[in-house]
Structures are given as structure tokens and as C-alpha cells.
Design a protein around this ligand. Sequence first.
Ligand SMILES: Cc1cc2nc3c(=O)[nH]c(=O)nc-3n(C[C@H](O)[C@H](O)[C@H](O)COP(=O)(O)OP(=O)(O)OC[C@H]3O[C@@H](n4cnc5c(N)ncnc54)[C@H](O)[C@@H]3O)c2cc1C
Length: 461
Amino acid sequence: MKNLQSTQVEALRAGIQGEVILPDDAAYEKARQVWNAMIDKRPAAMVRCATTQDVVHAVNFARDHAFTLAVRGGGHNIAGSALCDDGIVIDLSQMKATQVDAGARLGSVEGGATLADFDAATQAHGLAVPLGINSTTGVAGLTLGGGFGWLSRKYGMTIDSLASAEVVTSAGQVVRASATEQPDLFWALRGGSGNFGVVTRFDFRLHPVGPNVLAGLIVYPFSEAKAVLRQYRDFMARAPDDLSVWTVLRKAPPLPFLPEAVHGQEVIVLALLYTGDPGEGQSLVEPLRGFATPVGTHVGVMPYVAWQQAFDPLLTPGARNYWKSHNFSELQDGLFDAVIDFIATLPSPQCEIFFGAIGGATLGPAADSAAYAHRDARFVMNVHGRWDDPADDERCMRWARDFFQASAPFASGGVYVNFLTADEGGRVQAAYGQNYARLAQVKRKYDPANLFCTNQNIVPA
Ligand SMILES: Cc1cc2nc3c(=O)[nH]c(=O)nc-3n(C[C@H](O)[C@H](O)[C@H](O)COP(=O)(O)OP(=O)(O)OC[C@H]3O[C@@H](n4cnc5c(N)ncnc54)[C@H](O)[C@@H]3O)c2cc1C
């Protein structure tokens, strides 16, 4: 393992207001943990930045001393791209400040904030930006890959609400990127992942949401899966953009509203959120209850922030995780058959297959209007392999890979960059799609030596 020389440690510490954590420090083992327990990387130093100037110093240090550099936002990336072996990690977890101008409907958030941090700040004013479904995810990594969640059918991808960003470039310069300032960088940040610099602050346009929304779960027996999936497809083809319904197939967790006999049994779950007036939403979601006879229903009016955290208990850090993902522009019967076959052979009680419904406002912008290219995707599917015992690695990963193959004939070809695992380097071009060549040009301008390389990497043109 590579360690910093003592003079290097001094030089690094000299310019940092935050903390430098080295392998011998008590804080090191915890600091190098990320959400996915399969990631086991040992950086030479972790720099817990307190200010943008700390980030500048750490970038300059890594570049000038030829260290590999990684950037940690929320640490959720399945591929473990927040860390590197033997290099410097810029850890932004202490940079979480938020600011909201409710009158102007604008909100700013620092590069280390979680979705929970930003939702709390914006919802204090009945405002929100589309973010993901697990509140401990980092705003930074999610946004830089495109970002979607319950609000996306109504308000688009997360990047569609991004107004500007403060970025520390590979040259150690602090620049602002927006439609009028460094527009090429602003274009690349919106879907180009962590390739273009360290984003220390994101500025978003906010939308009125809640604070109370209609949301919840309808759970059907697995024996009804095909009928439910077919009706779900037809329902979503006509659903208003205010309504988002996702489908999850898995073994039922011990949720209090489910009869005990259902716990641990395979089920198909509809998870929904209505962004409009909760009273109006009731009649809209009524048909969902009639797809079959539910084994449990928990739909009601609740705070938007509560729904944003509803899945956190199923997605805690520390488990072993392996994902495979496809985008779909339509859901075909053959796909449903494949899903049903594989749910019948789930390798662990925590594994699941889900279809996140996007579409609506996410389809509006042109595919080249920002780096995120998949404006034809109406559903993002993720095979979420999740288990605890390393002895199950091979079995669970094989299950995920086999389903990925079985479902490939029905997919639209693209993949969400934020769902790629560490062994999917061959899919990076598919993730950036038609925008790859332009991204490589922008990469050459802002990061010609590929300092920001521990990501789904774009090679400078
Ligand atoms: C349980 C779970 C649920 C999820 N649900 C959703 C969802 O609903 N919708 C969705 O869109 N995505 C979702 N994701 C995917 C998520 O968007 C990605 O994992 C994303 O990379 C996480 O960002 P992070 O900051 O937490 O990750 P990190 O691992 O910290 O970073 C991810 C990548 O971004 C780079 N990066 C991080 N911060 C910065 C920064 N400030 N500046 C420059 N580069 C940076 C890192 O170097 C790394 O390459 C989910 C992930 C998990 C684990």
C-alpha cells in the first residue's frame, strides 16, 4: 500500500481547514466505508474538506504529486467510485450547507449534502427538486448522473432543474457553470458524472411540492404478477405526469400493514406518489387497487419528506450489493415472463427487481440538450442484488447477471450511468449514448490529463 511521505502530509495539512485522515488514524476505517459493503478500497489519505479552498488545495496536491484522485459526495455509488486505492480522496461529507430563497424559488446545496439535507431545507418552504428514493444518497453524484425520483414525471430529471454550479477544475480554478458561464461545462455536468471537476455547490430551481402528498404502497400476491404488470403498463400509458407509480417485485419485508403470513413471500408492489392536491389524487389511484386483490394497502396523505425516507430501512448501508440495469421505452409481455421466472428463484430475501417510471417531463428536452442522453427512457429497471454473507457473492451476482441477459432483448439499449457497477466498463459508452464524443471534447478542455478518472470515465478526446 502506498503511503504519503511525512513532508507530503505536512504540505497537504498546511492548506486544509478540514481534516486529513491517514491509514493509521482511528477515523480511517470508518471514513473509507461507502454504502456498498463490497467496496474495500484503501486510499493513501482522505481529505475531509471544510471549504471550497480546501478542495482547491487537495486537487492541486493530488495533481502536483501524481496521486490518483477520487471524490466522495454521499458515498452511495454502487461501483465504489467515491474511493480509490493508494490515492487521495476528497471527502465532501462535511460540506452540507443549504440555502433557500423561497420567493425566487431557488435553492443551493453544497457538494456533500444528502437528499435528506436538501429535502429538509426546501420542504420548509413547500418546495422541492426531483431527487431519488433513498434519502441518504448524495445530491452530488445523483445530480451529476442525471437524477430521477418520484417528482421526475412532473418536473423532469434532477439536472433539468439545475441553474448553475460552482466547480473546482483539474487546474485548481474555481469556476461557475451555467447556461451563460462556461456553457460547455454546464452542459457536461448535467449527466457527465464526476468527470469534469469537483462540484462544491449546486444551485437549483425549485418547484411547489406538498408539504403533504398522497403516497403509499399497494401489495399484491406474486401469483397475480402478470395481470398486475399488464394493467400497470396500460395505466402508466395514460397516467398524468403528477402521478408516479413504480413496480417492485421481491419477497415481502415484515411491514406492519401486511399480514404475517405474507412476510417473506414473493409479492408485487406498486409504490406511488401524487404531486398534486392529495384529495384529487385519491380517485386517480383508485383503479390501481383493483388490479387484483391486494394482500395489503398503505396509501394516504403524508409529509413528502416522510415518503422520501420510506425506503431507507430497506436500503441501509453495510450490505453487499450488485446491480444490473436497463432502460426501457416500453414494457413487453416477454419481459414480464422473464421477471416472473427470476422472482421465482430469488437468491436472497433482500434481492429485488424494480421498474422506476420516468417519462412525462423527462421526455421533453432534446437528447443533446445536456449530457444525459436517454430522453426516450420511460422506465429504468434495476436488478438489485443484495445480501449479507460474502459466501453468497457468486450466487447472487449470477442471478442478477442472468436476469440482465434474459431481459436484454426487451430493453431500449441505454443505461443510467449511476446504476453501473464496477465491472461494467464496457457499457460506459452506452451510458453516455450519442453524447459521448462531445463529452470527450469537453473533457479535453477541462481535464486533459484525466485527473478525475475514478468514475464512469470519459477519456479526453
Ligand atoms: C440505495 C440507493 C438508491 C438510489 N436511488 C436512486 C434514485 O432513486 N434515483 C437516482 O437517480 N439515483 C439513485 N441512486 C443512484 C445514485 O444516484 C448514485 O449512486 C450516485 O452516484 C450517488 O451519489 P453519491 O454522491 O451518494 O455517491 P458517491 O459514491 O459519493 O459519488 C458518485 C460519483 O460522483 C462523483 N462525485 C460525488 N460527489 C461529487 C462532487 N461534489 N463533485 C464531483 N463529483 C462528485 C464521485 O467521484 C463518484 O464518481 C441510488 C443509489 C443507491 C445506493
